[in-house]
Design a protein around this ligand. Structure first.
Ligand code: NAD
Length: 469
C-alpha cells in the first residue's frame, strides 16, 4: 500500500499518534493507512504557519497567484491519480470524482485571476480615505467527507491568494486526497505556508481554539459548526461556517413533469445524495404529481448502483458506516410515514450501498422531510397551494439552497426570491461557480465562500483616513 504523510513546516512526516486505516466504502477493505497527528504536531503545524506568515503576506499578490496556478497545474497533471484515489476513499463514481478534481483545478485558477487592489473611498481636496485588504494570519481549514478535494480548494485559493498561511484538517474518513495535495504543496509552496494534520475526529476542537489561529474556515454539519462557533469566541477568531441544508425542490404546475423529474432526480442522487445542496425533498403541484413520481421511480429502478471504480456506475455507496446507519434509520422513517415506490432496502453485499429510494404520499412532518438525510432518499410531497409550500419550506432552521422549476420563468424567479436560503436555482440544480458567492442563511451558516466576497472573507479591511492638506 502507498504511504501517506502529514505536511508540517515543509516536511512530510509520520503521525506521532500512529495510523488509522482508511476504508473503501464500496468494499470495506483498507485503501491506505492515514498518519494521525498528536497535539504537539498540531502546535508545531500552527507555529510553522505563523512563522511563514510575514514573508508570505509580504510577497506581491501576483507571485502568490503564480504559485497557486502551479498548484492547479500540478493537480491537473495528476488528475487521474487524484480521481481514482477520491473514488477509493470517498465512494463516488469515477466520472463524478474526475468532475470534482477538474472543479478543484478550475476553482484554484479562478482565484488566481482575482485582485485585492486598494479602494479609494474618498478623494476630496484635503481628504483621502483608502481601504486596503490585509491577510488575517493562520487559517485553519476544516473539511467534511463528501467533497474532500473541492471543499479544501475553495479555502486554499482565497486564503493563500490573500496572503494567509494554512493548517488544513480533513475529515477522518477521507484524508488521502488532501494528503496527496500536500505532496504537491510541499514542492511548490514555501515551507510552512500550507500544513496538514489528520486525526480521529479528536483534533478539530484544539485547532479551532488555538490562540494563534486567526480564522476558521469550516465546512461540515450544523452540530459541529455550533461547536466551532463556541471555540472561536476565546480569541474572537473570524469564522466561515458552511453547514447543513434541507433544500427543497418546488415544482410549479407549468413544469414539464418528465424532464423536470430527470433533473430533480440527478440533483437528489448525485454523490449518493451526500451533497450539502442536494435536493432533499420535493414539493410537486398536484396535477403533475403522479407522472412526476412515476418518472422518479423509473429512474431510481434503472440506476446502476455499484462500486464507483466500475464503469457505468451511477450511484456509489454511502461514504462511511456511521452515515450508512443513519440513512438506514431514515429508510425506516420513510417506510413508516410514506409509500416507497423504488428502492427502500440496503443492498445485501459488502459496502455501504443504499439504492436510490423514492417516497411518495409522505407525511409533511416526517423526519425524512424535516431533517437532512444526506443520502439517496427523496421524499416527494404533493401540493395545491404554492403559498403554503413557501411557508413550509421557510419554516426550516436550514437555509442553504433550493430549486424552483417551471416554464414561466418570471413566476419561478418570484417564488425563488421568497425562499429564505442563501442560493435558489431556477430550472437548474447545484450550479456552483467560483465567481459567484455561496453562503448559507439561518442555521446553514454564514460568511461567504467563492466569488470576490469569498476572497474578502480571508482579509481584514484596513482603512487609512488622512487629512492631506
Ligand atoms: P462533521 O461536522 O461531522 O465534520 C466536519 C469536520 O469537522 C471534520 O473534519 C471533523 O473531523 C471536524 N470536527 C469534528 N469535531 C470538531 C470540533 N469539535 N471542532 C472542529 N472541527 C471538528 O461533518 P461531516 O459529517 O463530515 O459532513 C457532512 C455535513 O457537512 C452535512 O451536514 C453537510 O450538509 C455539510 N456540508 C456542508 C457544505 C456547505 O458548503 N454548506 C458542504 C459539504 C457538506
Amino acid at each position: 500500500m502507498r504511504e501517506y504523510k502529514l505536511l508540517i513546516d515543509g516536511a512530510l512526516v509520520d503521525g506521532a499518534a500512529g495510523t488509522m486505516d482508511v476504508v473503501n466504502p464500496a468494499t470495506e477493505a483498507p485503501v491506505a493507512a492515514c498518519p494521525l497527528a498528536d497535539e504537539a504536531q498540531l502546535d508545531a503545524a500552527v507555529a510553522a504557519a505563523k512563522a511563514a506568515f510575514p514573508a508570505w503576506a509580504a510577497r506581491p499578490l501576483a507571485e502568490r497567484a503564480a504559485l497557486i496556478d502551479r498548484l492547479a497545474d500540478a493537480m491537473m497533471e495528476r488528475r487521474d491519480e487524484f480521481a481514482r484515489l477520491l473514488t477509493q476513499e470517498q465512494g463516488k463514481p469515477l466520472d463524478q470524482a474526475t468532475g470534482e478534481i477538474m472543479g478543484s483545478v478550475f476553482t484554484l485558477k479562478a482565484f488566481t485571476t482575482m485582485t485585492l487592489d486598494p479602494r479609494v473611498l474618498k478623494d476630496e481636496p484635503g481628504h483621502k480615505v483608502i481601504e486596503y485588504r490585509r491577510p488575517l494570519g493562520v487559517v485553519a481549514a476544516i473539511t467534511p467527507w463528501n467533497f474532500p478535494v473541492v471543499l479544501l480548494m475553495n479555502k486554499v485559493g482565497p486564503a493563500l491568494l490573500s496572503g494567509n498561511t494554512m493548517v488544513a484538517k480533513p475529515a477522518p474518513t477521507t484524508p488521502l486526497t488532501s494528503l496527496l495535495f500536500a505532496e504537491l504543496a510541499k514542492d511548490i509552496l514555501p515551507r510552512g505556508v500550507f500544513n496538514i494534520l489528520c486525526d480521529r475526529n479528536d483534533l478539530g476542537a484544539r485547532l479551532s481554539t488555538h490562540p494563534d489561529v486567526a480564522k476558521i474556515a469550516f465546512t461540515g454539519s450544523t452540530a459541529t459548526g455550533k461547536k466551532v462557533m463556541e471555540s472561536a469566541a476565546g480569541s474572537v477568531k473570524r469564522i466561515t461556517l458552511e453547514l447543513g441544508g434541507n433544500d427543497a425542490a418546488i415544482v410549479l404546475d407549468d413544469a414539464e413533469p418528465v424532464e423536470t423529474a430527470q433533473k430533480v432526480f440527478q440533483g437528489a442522487m448525485v454523490n449518493a445524495g451526500q451533497v450539502c445542496v442536494a435536493i432533499k425533498r420535493a414539493y410537486v403541484a398536484e396535477p403533475l404529481y403522479d407522472s412526476f413520481c412515476a418518472e422518479l421511480a423509473r429512474l431510481a429502478k434503472e440506476a446502476i448502483v455499484d462500486d464507483g471504480d466500475k464503469q457505468g456506475t451511477q450511484v456509489g455507496p454511502l461514504q462511511n458506516k456511521a452515515q450508512y446507519e443513519k440513512v438506514k434509520d431514515f429508510l425506516d422513517d420513510a417506510k413508516a410515514n410514506g409509500s416507497i415506490i423504488a428502492g427502500g432496502e440496503a443492498l445485501d453485499r459488502p459496502g455501504y450501498f443504499i439504492p436510490p429510494t423514492i417516497v411518495r404520499d409522505v407525511a409533511p412532518d416526517a423526519r425524512i422531510v424535516q431533517e437532512e438525510q444526506f443520502g439517496p432518499i427523496l421524499p416527494v410531497l404533493s401540493y395545491r397551494n404554492v403559498e403554503e409550500v413557501i411557508a413550509d419550506v421557510n419554516r426550516s432552521d436550514y437555509g442553504l439552497g433550493g430549486t424552483v422549476w417551471g416554464k414561466d420563468v418570471g413566476r419561478a424567479m418570484d417564488v425563488a426570491s421568497r425562499i429564505d436560503s442563501g442560493t435558489v436555482w431556477v430550472n437548474q440544480a447545484m450550479a456552483l461557480d467560483p465567481s459567484i458567492p455561496f453562503r448559507g442563511a439561518k442555521q446553514s451558516g454564514f460568511g461567504g465562500e467563492l466569488g470576490e466576497e469569498g476572497l474578502h472573507e480571508y482579509t481584514q479591511p484596513h482603512i487609512v483616513n488622512a487629512i492631506t492638506a
